[in-house]
Design a protein around this ligand. Structure first.
Ligand code: URA
Length: 208
């Protein structure tokens, strides 16, 4: 069973308050989503392995530690883009892939319309980013695709999840740890998380 980490941190809660409030405008919403992306990154990377290296400070020789594995950030289009800059600010050496999904109108299953990943994906830590872990269908499909491309060390990063999405992701991908800023009550009948924050893509990009 995969690990689920719900970030319990006053700074994240404070920013989530802004993000959830329907009065928050596009600019502040976008900035806050990105900032929470950055703050979550500290927790996601807590168990990353490092390699020692000898350098000289202005004072003397010493041992320092650098991240051992390359990091690849893969936002699920389009809402995932909102968290990328915040994560990238903390791990500027990370490479960025993209995956675009749409829902087939007949089967209602997520279908891939775009994917592009860096060639190092097999040996990297891959952070799949989508702010809303709702039904879990898109995240699960994105992770299927990443595994087909050879990724083996994958973590899911989001803002808000619900029990339905967590259950689905844990069943489909028990090896993928889940990191969220908040865990909400449930999914409603039209697939929105309650209390949630509404349509994250629309709020990020001002499309409503
Ligand atoms: N996607 C969103 O943007 N919001 C939800 O509540 C669920 C899925």
């Amino acid at each position: 069973m995969s690990k689920v980490v719900i970030l319990n941190h006053p700074l994240i809660d404070h920013k989530m308050a802004k993000i959830r409030d329907k009065r928050t405008g596009t600019k502040e919403f976008r900035e806050s989503v990105s900032e929470v992306g950055g703050l979550i990154t500290y927790e996601i990377t807590r168990d990353f392995t490092t390699t020692p290296k000898t350098i000289e400070t202005p004072m003397c020789e010493t041992t320092v530690y650098e991240l051992e594995k390359q990091v690849v950030i893969v936002p699920i289009l389009r809402a995932g883009l909102g968290m990328v800059d915040g994560i990238h600010n903390i791990i500027p050496t990370a490479k960025i892939g993209h995956i675009g999904l749409y829902r087939d109108e007949v089967t209602l299953q997520p279908q891939v319309y775009y994917s592009k990943f860096p060639s190092c994906i097999k040996e990297s830590v891959v952070l799949v980013v989508d702010p809303m872990l709702a039904s879990g269908g898109s995240a699960s499909k994105a992770i299927d695709i990443l595994k087909k491309h050879g990724a083996t060390d994958i973590r899911y990063v989001g803002l808000v999840g619900c029990p339905e999405g967590i259950k689905r992701l844990q069943e489909d991908h028990p090896d993928v740890s889940i990191y969220l800023a908040a865990l909400d009550s449930h999914l409603n009948e039209i697939g929105y998380i309650v209390p949630g924050l509404g349509d994250c893509g629309d709020r990020l990009f001002g499309t409503k």
